[in-house]
Write a protein of this length. Sequence first.
Length: 171
Amino acid sequence: MQLEELDNHKLFAYCGLYCSSCSVYNLSQEDPSKLQAIANRLNQSIEETRCNGCRSDKVSLHCSSCELKDCAISRGINFCSECSDYPCDELKSFQSRMPHRAELFESLDFLKNHSLEEWEAKMVADFSCCDCGTINSPYNISCRKCAAIPGSPFIERNLEKIKQQLGILMK
């Protein structure tokens, strides 16, 4: 199946991230008042912050200048893992800067060996609450719907890095 044939293809970032697990994406779809709070923290308007996914016509200000996306488009590839330069220095730097990118290379390597449908199923499983099935952001330590801890298997695997990013004191 081709990428564009999948209903959720706009949520599959070129770099291997899964937009459905992004707080900005989720709040853009579900909760404008909380999106406004994020916009205020970023000193942006709500429209600059709003995002409908990496491959959509409406991406956040932060994502609008993504060099990885621009590079992939210029090379005519769907994901960075399809590039002859994978993994490039830019992607390595991008991956190392934030804990929600901790498993970026695993995601891209999975894509090289599996179908898009299998990759999406893996992303849903990685970011969904084991109790209620809600897809959570990597920064939702507890589920945003049922408050279960951890909010997802991804969070469980990367909890210390996430806590450090959030400024929570580790024991």
